[in-house]
Design a protein. Structure first.
Length: 84
């Protein structure tokens, strides 16, 4: 089953705190500011079962992590550690 992000996700987001640190004009700043319209969970719904299996991580979160892995050229474990 497809997981989703909470509608209150923005309430606890780190963007307002760290956006200037990573640079608003950097690739990371662009992804942080445009992630929601570019990577919508509902665009990936056809890849998930409707009523079986465990609830997954939200696809938008998983794809964000894959993009960061590709840009940085790091392993999945390293990407997860860096994102925390």
């Amino acid at each position: 089953m497809m997981g989703t992000r909470s509608p209150q996700d923005k309430l606890f987001a780190a963007e307002p705190i760290y956006l200037d640190s990573v640079g608003r004009d950097s690739w990371y700043g662009y992804l942080a500011q445009n992630r929601q319209p570019l990577l919508r969970d509902e665009d990936f719904a056809c890849l998930y079962g409707r009523n079986n299996g465990r609830t997954s991580v939200a696809p938008s979160l998983a794809i964000s992590l894959l993009l960061l892995r590709a840009v940085e050229g790091v392993s999945l474990a390293e990407a997860i550690e860096r994102s925390q």
